[in-house]
Design a protein around this ligand. Structure first.
Ligand code: SF4
Length: 382
């Protein structure tokens, strides 16, 4: 490897490599085997921002790594803070694509909502990301970089793959990222603190079980019968509810963990007592708990009133199902479930919207301020 500086485009990315792969890469640079563990720890545990900071590597190796490799997969280019402490991050990837990640702090933890794809092809009726179509999959390095960027803003204790994209459609990169995030020598979250969420891509659920991927599983059910579910989540036409539930049971039996069913409540669509009864039956059979999430008005659906959400929860509990009411977070900055979207891909997104608005708060298509009356601040970064 030449020691003269290569252009950043020709440098080989190291983020997203697993320890054994790093070992091979470093061996080619003449480094001892133990150097792989040191680099892995510098990248994810110590969160070093350059090879030069890896001070227990010898100087010549650091110089060779700097010349031939890159550890920067993405940059923070915009940030919004909601009144409830939620932070939405706009992250630019090296090819100019943009994704959003959201940090949701509460008293005891702060959960990072990660994107796995730029856009999504699944077309769910209630989801803003669906309007983008799929631009491309993220690499494992780009996924982990979201966590590293977030950790510079506040400590991250949990991660959920509930941002932009269907994680099972980018299985290899997502599961590689899961291994780095959960590794105690890496990002250090542990398997109980990382969750993969899917709309019910059955082959992915079964593969997670087969490969014993160290993460929890949430399935976005959102409707308890196939007819309604297929109108809201088109993937249901490929994998109907019975198949999804069977896959959940297999995952649960193999991993000895309970699956979570996410149920996005939409007024007048899926919130009647008939729906809660049917949902309870499915949850009992799958030994699943239920997270109730009132929808965010991203695509014209409206959430039921609070009283109806509590009634729905009570109906589930009365049927013997553990049901939690997950209040929407970050709604004032369009950071809540189903609201993430980077309009126009490369050229727009938060920073461009801010710029187009002359530094003022971006305005949504419905004419309302994206942070109107409640979002604390909008920052753009170079
Ligand atoms: S809900 Fe998930 S799978 Fe469905 S369109 Fe949105 S990002 Fe894709």
């Amino acid at each position: 490897m030449s020691t003269h500086a290569a252009s950043s485009e020709s440098r080989i990315p190291v983020k997203g490599l697993l320890p054994a792969e790093l070992e091979n890469l470093l061996a080619a640079e003449g480094a001892p085997r133990y150097a792989a563990g040191q680099v892995f720890s510098w990248l994810y545990a110590k969160k070093a921002e350059s090879f030069e900071k890896m001070t227990d590597l010898n100087r010549a190796l650091r110089a060779r790594l700097t010349a031939g490799y890159t550890m920067k997969e993405a940059a923070l280019v915009g940030e919004q803070a909601g009144t409830d402490g939620t932070r939405k991050l706009l992250i630019r990837l090296n090819d100019g694509e943009r994704v959003e990640s959201v940090i949701i702090p509460d008293e005891k933890r702060s959960t990072l909502c990660l994107s796995s794809q730029c856009g999504c092809v699944r077309g769910c009726a209630f989801c803003a990301t669906a309007t983008m179509g799929l631009h491309r999959n993220l690499t494992a390095g780009e996924i982990v970089e979201q966590a590293l960027i977030a950790a510079r803003i506040m400590p991250v204790t949990n991660a959920v793959f509930m941002g932009m994209g269907e994680p099972m459609d980018n299985f290899d990169a997502v599961m590689r990222a899961v291994q780095i995030l959960t590794s105690q020598k890496g990002f250090g979250l542990g398997a109980r603190h990382v969750t993969v969420s899917t709309v019910g891509v059955v082959p992915g659920i079964l593969r997670m079980a087969r490969e014993r991927i160290p993460a929890g599983l949430t399935v976005s059910l959102t409707a308890p019968d196939d007819e309604l579910r297929s109108t809201l989540i088109p993937a249901n036409r490929t994998w109907p509810i019975a198949q999804v539930m069977e896959a959940c049971r297999k995952w649960s039996d193999t991993m000895e963990r309970d699956v979570t069913l996410a149920y996005v409540l939409m007024a007048g669509v899926n919130d009647s007592p008939r729906h809660s009864m049917a949902l309870a039956k499915l949850a009992r059979k799958a030994r699943a708990k239920v997270n109730l999430i009132p929808c965010n008005p991203a695509r014209g659906f409206l959430p039921p009133p609070d009283t109806r959400v509590y009634e729905f929860q009570t109906e589930l509990k009365a049927s013997g199902v553990l049901a939690l009411y997950r209040r929407a977070r970050g709604g004032d900055i369009a950071a809540a479930c189903g609201q993430l979207v980077v309009s126009g891909g490369h050229r727009t997104g938060l920073k461009a919207e801010i710029s187009a608005a002359g530094g003022k708060t971006p305005v949504a298509a419905n004419g309302k301020s994206r942070t109107a009356g409640s979002g604390k601040k909008v920052k753009a970064r170079a």
